[in-house]
Design a protein. Sequence first.
Length: 323
Amino acid sequence: MTRKVIVDTDTGIDDALALLFLTAQPEVHLLGVTAVYGNCVIDDAVRNIGTVLGVAGHPLVPVAKGADGPLEAEAHIAHYVHGHDGLGDVRLDRHEPAVLLAESAAEYLVDMARANPGEIDLLTLGPLTNIALALRVEPDLLTLFRSITIMGGSGPFPEVGRSDMFDANIQNDPVAAAAVFAAPATRRLMVGVNATATVITDEAFVETLSEAGTPTSDFAASILAFYLDFYKLAFGRRVSPVHDGLAAALMLHPEWMTQSVTGPVNITDDGFTVRARVMQTASGAPVAWEIDPTPDTIAATVIDTDAFLPAFLDALISGAPTA
Ligand SMILES: [Ca+2]
């Protein structure tokens, strides 16, 4: 079965890998890509999409430019994570998309959803600003899409004494996130940092990519090296979580999510960090306050890493299937 997919991305390093993974899947028809600020500034996000689509062998996929900052407050650009250009500062030959649409990302999302009701899977890999802007135009946007898969959020509350990784996509635009998690949706899947933090690539993974020597694996290895250098300060070793690649994979393969929880998601701000959480404790009990009863979101909690990682590696090596 063909899967029609639109990706909204702030095209940093793990976003690039997610796009390479998707374009390597024979069943995926990538209809378009929308750009948002986040891992880098918006113009770099657009340029990085053009560059990655070129490497992936899909240079003619349409691209729409979106928001350059959150609905409220200032953008925080993650240069220290993804390099100044968003792709680890290793490419000198980045280029604009061959097909850059005149309409905005939000307009494109509304038009595509209305023209293809129930047919398109939407994958979001950055702050949710473009989706929130589209919801202002079309409040039923997420019921017109076949599904929305969100890289972002933190799952249910953790066990006492444990904490989750930084939830950048939610922290960057909590107002937009609140709108997206409150909207009616056909199927809404949260692939949060609670899940992505458990799936890592390491130096051996990068070495296997380098040794394969294909256009996509060489590119993936070069940008992943930068990412591993950032995360060494978090873990003391050169590894990185597969945030966006895992979200792309779970959109296509929900069976690689061996456990999940389902319930309303609210935005929490403890004064230190902002997150999107399923309003449940780690043991599934209700939280200790009155919640906003938003419609259900499925949140991934346990991943079949043994199924996902080899498929991810294979896709980054093989690249797009030749017709
Ligand atoms: Ca991203």
